[in-house]
Design a protein around this ligand. Structure first.
Ligand code: GDP
Ligand code: MG
Length: 299
């Protein structure tokens, strides 16, 4: 039998569990999860391969209003991703509340003429089966979905069935990636994302998305030891002080947790050094954005 393969765009509001779902499907921590929204900035491709074929998931930042250059970039990524994929997988939380941004997403999807699969995530939080039915009914009124599947990304409930559904709508095709590929992100970028994730996780809301991480150096010292040097870039001196923390305690915590993650991911010992630097208004500067790898011209 011919193998199936293709591209699936993951969309949904921040925090609905897109990264968690990727991690569950792939069985390894590759996409970045965080309790704070919008950790996934660039388009991260996660590749799932089995005997049936290959699914390339494209994680996109949520559809939202552009406030700064970075915001515009993210909206652009979403628009471009949706045009080139075979299936759109929209993930929502298991709740009957349908907000303004959900309506906006539905509006964006209506004109696309592509299979749209709705995954209702976090069903482990629901008290009854009836509650799921109620949510399905609500969403059915919003858009004509190809399929609706309730699941729990965290508990890996029904995630196998989700794969069945996706394969059903994928075309026959070649394997786009080597079968042990998990992501197309270079390790340098993954390391940066892991440091950023830890910073967002441990810092208070005062430093929302005004930070970026730049890998200044990444070099193998031996086969089993790599030296990584990174800068955490923030927008204000006051933010810098918070990121460093009392006697350097916060920065140490961020660096230690990030180092452990990078070591797990790369299966190598990591000597990680992290500094904090201030660059005012980096989010509104095209040049700065390019410095951080957000390539506006590519869109
Ligand atoms: P993303 O912003 O859409 O990528 O969301 P994340 O994957 O980062 O998840 C956001 C939060 O929701 C994290 O704290 C996850 O642990 C949690 N979460 C994700 N999936 C589930 C689920 O199926 N059940 C429960 N209870 N929590 C979940
Ligand atoms: Mg995410």
């Amino acid at each position: 039998m011919e193998k199936k393969s293709g591209f699936v765009a993951l969309i949904g509001r921040p925090n609905v569990g897109k990264s968690t779902l990727m991690n569950t499907l792939i069985g390894q921590k590759i996409a970045i999860t965080s309790d704070k929204p919008q950790t996934t900035r660039n388009k991260i491709q996660t590749v799932y391969t089995d005997e049936r074929g290959q699914i390339v998931f494209e994680d996109t930042p949520g559809i939202h209003k552009a406030k700064t250059k970075l915001g515009e970039y993210m909206v652009g990524v979403v628009r471009h991703t949706l045009k080139d994929v075979d299936i759109i997988l929209w993930i929502v939380e298991a709740s009957t509340f349908i907000g303004q941004s959900d309506m906006q997403i539905a509006e964006n999807l209506r004109s696309l003429e592509k299979p749209v699969v709705l995954a209702i995530n976090k069903t482990d939080k629901l008290k009854s089966k009836e509650a799921v039915l109620e949510i399905i009914e609500k969403y059915s009124m919003l858009l004509e979905f190809t399929e609706i599947i309730p699941l729990s990304a965290l508990k890996a409930n029904n995630t196998d069935r989700l794969l069945d559904i996706l394969y059903k709508y994928l075309p026959e095709g070649p394997l786009y990636y080597d079968e042990d590929t998990l992501t197309d992100q270079p390790l340098r970028q993954l390391a940066a994302e892991l440091i950023r994730e830890k910073a967002l996780r441990y810092l208070s809301d005062e430093i929302p998305h005004g930070i970026a991480v730049e890998i200044v150096k990444m070099k193998n010292r031996t086969k089993t030891l790599v030296d990584v040097e990174a800068d955490i870039i923030c927008e204000r001196e006051s933010h810098k002080a918070i990121i460093i923390g009392k006697a350097g305690s916060m920065l140490k915590k961020i660096a230690t947790m990030a180092r452990k993650d990078i070591e797990n991911l790369m299966d190598i010992s990591v000597n990680l050094k992290v500094w904090v630097k201030v660059r005012k208004d980096w989010r509104d500067s095209d040049i700065q954005m390019r410095n951080f790898g957000y390539n506006i011209k590519d869109l």
